[in-house]
Ligand binder design. Sequence first.
Ligand code: ADP
Length: 159
Amino acid sequence: MALYPGSFDPVHLGHLDVARRAAALFDHLIVGVYARPAKPTLFSVEERVELFQAGMSDHANVTVQPYSGLTVDFARASGAVVLVRGLRAVSDLDHEYQLYALNRHLAPSVDTIVILTAPNYAHLSATLIKEIAAQGGPLQGLVPDHVARALRAKLGRAG
Ligand code: ADP
């Protein structure tokens, strides 16, 4: 069993691609939606869970759950032995390596694997997507339709 943790504020096509590929590698994938990331979130944790769930409804071996506290504690409590992270570019590597090393220090029995982002999604970031949505820009090709609707409803723009 593997855990794909993140803040997913909101989930975009790059996240869903990583989740689908991880779901094909493991018997069961838990998507862990971190309740209180350091940065403020646009969507509540319940909304972030629902939006991810709606994007993975065709995958029977994926569950989406909120969590707080340490990621490795949630992994151990759920029986996950592997953390899955997505890697967009070399610029992500420093941060991901630091997380991996710290998590390994905290929980040597929980390993980390990295899934390289599909090239067509490597430019996606939830932060930039929120900026585009706030300006009423087009969201096709960045997020699924239900997330585009949620962004427009939340930000009150037509784009
Ligand atoms: P965090 O706050 O933990 O970085 P994010 O929601 O930003 O959470 O990202 C969750 C995971 O998805 C991370 O492993 C991140 O590297 C990965 N990720 C972010 N953007 C993309 C993308 N465009 N394609 C694939 N994976 C991505």
